[in-house]
Ligand binder design. Structure first.
Ligand SMILES: Nc1ncnc2c1ncn2[C@@H]1O[C@H](COP(=O)(O)OP(=O)(O)O)[C@@H](O)[C@H]1O
Ligand SMILES: [Mg+2]
Length: 226
């Protein structure tokens, strides 16, 4: 469970990107974050990942404040509990599709064999088994993003953070990638938080949040504290 309490993020020049952000996310909730470019969507994801520290307020994972964790604890939290998907895929160019997907498992000290079978199972599931040995540059955008999805989910993270994951794909590839992402997160009982510009993509998830004028607006939200 991820809990943000009264989070504020201040930019140089005493400008607040956002302030007073409160939320409590329990699996398998799926959230879309929308908002104009520059409204702070990526910064909010970075706070959720413990990659940035809030200026005020607290981010807690399973009751433990992320800012109270040591550098190593924070690294371990990200490595074992989180999965990331980016707009530009960010696959490692000199590794095959399979090796890219195995990477998070190996970083978590899984055996080669266990990593291999988990990665192959996901690649098969995503229709990419035949491409397992191929390098990213030989794959289409849609295929690369499906490899990236497999890499984000292979180690069964508790939360997947996706920053405009379908922004570089054509509409039909985008749709397929998104459905896959949402379905895999549900199956694995992981929280999904996704930044998107697509209204249609946002509507596929449970809640649609909007960052605007330094505030987080949650239209169809029931207060978790009541
Ligand atoms: N650590 C930082 N220092 C200075 N400016 C930052 C920092 N993080 C984000 N910003 C600024 O905050 C604004 C929002 O950034 P971002 O979170 O990337 O928005 P979005 O993802 O919604 O486009 C941008 O103007 C960016 O330059
Ligand atoms: Mg952004």
């Amino acid at each position: 469970m991820l809990e943000l309490s009264r989070i504020g993020f201040e930019l140089p020049g005493e400008r607040w990107l956002f302030r007073g952000v409160d939320c409590c996310l329990r699996p398998p909730i799926q959230i879309a974050i929308c908002g104009e470019s520059g409204s702070g969507k990526s910064s909010l994801l970075n706070l959720m990942a413990g990659l940035e520290q809030p200026t005020e307020g607290k981010v807690a994972w399973a009751g433990q404040s992320i800012s109270d964790m040591s550098v190593n604890e924070r690294l371990d939290f990200r490595r074992s509990r989180l999965g990331f998907v980016f707009q530009a895929f960010h696959l490692v160019g000199h590794l095959s599709a399979l090796q890219n997907v195995m990477l998070p498992c190996l970083l978590n000290n899984w055996t080669e064999q266990r990593a291999h079978s988990a990665a192959m199972a996901l690649l098969e599931r995503l229709g990419l088994a035949a491409r397992a040995g191929d390098f990213p540059r030989t794959l289409s955008g849609g295929e690369q993003q499906r490899v990236a999805l497999a890499r984000a989910l292979v180690h069964s993270p508790k939360m997947v953070l996706a920053d405009e994951p379908t922004g570089n794909l054509d509409p039909s590839a985008a749709n397929r990638a998104l459905e896959t992402l949402s379905q895999l997160c549900r199956e694995q009982d992981a929280i999904l938080v996704m930044v998107t510009h697509s209204e249609r993509a946002a509507m596929m998830l449970d809640e649609q949040w909007r960052l605007a004028d330094g505030m987080l607006v949650r239209p169809n939200h029931e207060d978790e504290r009541t």
